[in-house]
Write a protein that binds this ligand. Sequence first.
Ligand SMILES: *[C@@H]1O[C@H](CO)[C@@H](O)[C@H](O)[C@H]1NC(C)=O
Ligand SMILES: *[C@@H]1O[C@H](CO)[C@@H](O)[C@H](O)[C@H]1NC(C)=O
Ligand SMILES: *[C@@H]1O[C@H](CO)[C@@H](O)[C@H](O)[C@H]1NC(C)=O
Ligand SMILES: *[C@@H]1O[C@H](CO)[C@@H](O)[C@H](O)[C@H]1NC(C)=O
Ligand SMILES: *[C@@H]1O[C@H](CO)[C@@H](O)[C@H](O)[C@H]1NC(C)=O
Ligand SMILES: *[C@@H]1O[C@H](CO)[C@@H](O)[C@H](O)[C@H]1NC(C)=O
Length: 295
Amino acid sequence: MDLWQVLLTLAVAGSSNAVSGSEATPAILGRASQSLQRVNPDPGTNSSGKPQFTKCRSPELETFSCHWTDGVNHSLKNPGSIQLFYTRRSTQEWTQEWKECPDYVSAGENSCYFNSSYTSIWIPYCIKLTSNGGTVDQKCFSVEEIVQPDPPISLNWTLLNVSLTGIYADIQVRWEPPPNADVQKGWIVLEYELQYKEVNESQWKMMDPVRSTSVPVYSLRIDKEYEVRVRSRQRNSEKYGEFSEALYVALPQMSPFACEEDFPFPWFLIIIFGIFGLTMILFLFIFSKQQRKEN
Ligand SMILES: *[C@@H]1O[C@H](CO)[C@@H](O)[C@H](O)[C@H]1NC(C)=O
Ligand SMILES: *[C@@H]1O[C@H](CO)[C@@H](O)[C@H](O)[C@H]1NC(C)=O
Ligand SMILES: *[C@@H]1O[C@H](CO)[C@@H](O)[C@H](O)[C@H]1NC(C)=O
Ligand SMILES: *[C@@H]1O[C@H](CO)[C@@H](O)[C@H](O)[C@H]1NC(C)=O
Ligand SMILES: *[C@@H]1O[C@H](CO)[C@@H](O)[C@H](O)[C@H]1NC(C)=O
Ligand SMILES: *[C@@H]1O[C@H](CO)[C@@H](O)[C@H](O)[C@H]1NC(C)=O
């Protein structure tokens, strides 16, 4: 092993721990969701008092669920009086028959869950809410219009390279699709949006949507700490799903000796030669002094 290899091995060993670390920051996430809860009023307390649909969502184009608000007086006086009915168009015409919600339980309170047996794509559905027999809200949609995928998972990052000056670095961020989305067989095609910011900033920077599950992020400052998050949507759809947990990125502080194998410039050679040169000069200086003394 020559000197070069020894130095390189030491440098890589010393920096590898710092290079690919990644921990979400539960404390920050926890705080964020608390303040969100304060900002959004509880949807169950709408002043209009009537139950109404708040959201229908399909996470993977295979099942869907719809949620509604509880009217102000409802839960106290007439528990169980709200019902959801649905109808969907058969191949030729609307089957005018309204059927009741197949599952009021699985998606939580005030919701109706349609498992895969009840979910068809490219077929319009209409749903209505009734309270004591009277219709209070109604809406129509097709399942592919209400897709909002679950968050991507397993975010991680690796260092790509560091600028000559040691001030900026490029990283590659990777993730995995939401586990319930069948992207392997192509049942659903997703695209992803990555956002990042300095830990101390409040504004996220948005990157263009990509189809791949990894993307480079350029010119991050080595001396800053970053957060990265990713969300996905069905391709050609407008609505994104929820964001992934934030990935915390602290770039390794590069001393001239702590280089990656692909570090673009051998600074340490220059420094070694510098130290070597200085030693020589010192040596010559002392040597000449001693000679002078002897003379
Ligand atoms: C409350 O009801 C009003 C009137 O129906 C509606 O415009 C508003 O969007 C509802 N708010 C929520 C949070 O559901
Ligand atoms: C709720 O109850 C109050 C009084 O009990 C009544 O005046 C109001 O109309 C009710 N609202 C609805 C939406 O039923
Ligand atoms: C859907 O739910 C019904 C009962 O509500 C059940 O009989 C059926 O097996 C379920 N289908 C699937 C695919 O889980
Ligand atoms: C990220 O990748 C590194 C190695 O490449 C691994 O040690 C680490 O556990 C990964 N982190 C996560 C959250 O998967
Ligand atoms: C990383 O390397 C590429 C070319 O290999 C270069 O264009 C880019 O500017 C470098 N990144 C930094 C931060 O220097
Ligand atoms: C964030 O700001 C605080 C104080 O404003 C500072 O102490 C801290 O070092 C900053 N963190 C980063 C990563 O810049």
